[in-house]
Design a protein around this ligand. Structure first.
Ligand code: PHE
Length: 341
């Protein structure tokens, strides 16, 4: 019996000594001192021993248990220490590594130009107004003197939700809303997204417009010319010249298209202005009396002018960007070039 106990102790010592992690150690615990382990098996043999020898043998078994438990606790400590060290090593932070930089976003070039334009016109007393992008046929067309079936609707071919509800093709409907709600004098800029079924290098199905409207006593085409010339000089350069060409819009009469002298060549002709020296930037005119009447404005007392420009177009010209699609792809390598700050 004693021999068996000695054997058990030495087996346990060498087995525990070889264990490399807590999992293995747990297994050994079950094998040696578990309920059905080897020590318990020896204890069960106690009944076969003569009664007077039992206390001595019982003590030996107990001593063996204490010894084996000591082996376990020593090994457990060693393994815990090792595992802790391994964990610490794997969690080490290299404080000499360079920090991660958080990239800051930049203002989109369309927004930069939009802010500039709103800013210039606010200096002339124009108040910026927002309006709905989903409009009725009346506000997008009819109120602006474009009746149902009129061929001029082709100029603003948009996307229809129902026969009567559509995505606005220009920001002029906002001007109608304002004229219905406010009394002259009116000086507003309507701005925002507009939609047309167009898609190529210089047209996008969604783009941004800013339109101006001024209604007051004795407003003339000269006021419009003076304002737009002053705007062009602030927007591009003090040397910029403007040119007004007769045109047609159903909502203005007379109507004009406005060109600016090419910012790149100064008017001598280049790739940007296609050799003409001039670049068209907007449409404008005196508000058609029918539009004013539709909004209950007394045309015997008031007149007005309106103009409309595409923000993308001004952005392409101002920065010499060759393709409108670059403005919508959101490639940060492109966008970060316009960082104002
Ligand atoms: N609403 C016109 C368009 O989008 C632009 C414009 C506005 C032209 C005001 C003349 C006067 O095409």
């Amino acid at each position: 019996m004693e021999g068996k106990l000695k054997q058990l102790i030495s087996d346990a010592e060498s087995g525990i000594g070889l264990a490399i992690d807590s999992k293995e150690l747990d297994k050994l615990k079950i094998e040696y001192i578990g309920k059905n382990g080897r020590l318990t098996a020896l204890l069960k043999g106690l009944k076969d021993i003569p009664a007077q020898k039992r206390p001595v043998f019982g003590k030996l078994v107990n001593d063996a248990r204490i010894k084996i438990e000591q082996f376990f606790s020593i090994k457990e400590n060693q393994i815990k220490q090792r595992e802790k060290q391994i964990r610490i090593q794997s969690e080490t932070v290299d404080i000499t590594l360079p920090g991660k930089k958080n990239k800051l976003g930049t203002m989109h070039p369309i927004n930069i130009i939009k802010e500039q334009i709103l800013d210039i016109f606010s200096g002339f007393g124009f108040k910026a107004c927002d309006g709905p992008e989903i409009e009725t046929d009346y506000y997008n067309f009819q109120a602006l003197n474009i009746p149902v079936g009129h061929p001029a609707r082709d100029m603003q071919d948009t996307f229809y939700i129902t026969e009567n509800i559509l995505l606005r093709a220009h920001t002029s409907p906002t001007q109608v809303h304002v004229m219905e709600q406010e009394k002259p004098p009116i000086r507003i800029l309507s701005y925002g997204k507009v939609y047309r079924s167009d898609d190529d290098a210089t047209h996008s199905p969604m783009f941004h417009q800013i339109e101006g409207l001024a209604i007051d006593k004795k407003i003339t085409l000269c006021d419009l010319k003076g304002l737009l010339d002053a705007f062009a000089k602030q927007m591009f350069s003090t040397k910029t010249k403007t040119r007004f060409r007769p045109s047609y819009f159903p909502f203005t009469e007379p109507s004009v298209e406005v060109d600016v002298s090419c910012a790149m060549c100064g008017g001598s002709g280049c790739r940007l202005c296609k050799g003409t020296g001039w670049i068209e930037i907007l449409g404008a005119g005196m508000v058609n009396h029918r539009v004013l009447e539709n909004c209950n404005i007394d045309t015997s007392r008031y007149s007005g002018f309106a103009f409309g420009l595409g923000i993308e177009r001004i952005t392409l010209i101002k920065y010499g960007i060759p393709d409108i699609r670059l403005l919508f792809e959101n490639d940060t390598r492109f966008l970060k070039q316009f960082n104002k700050w």
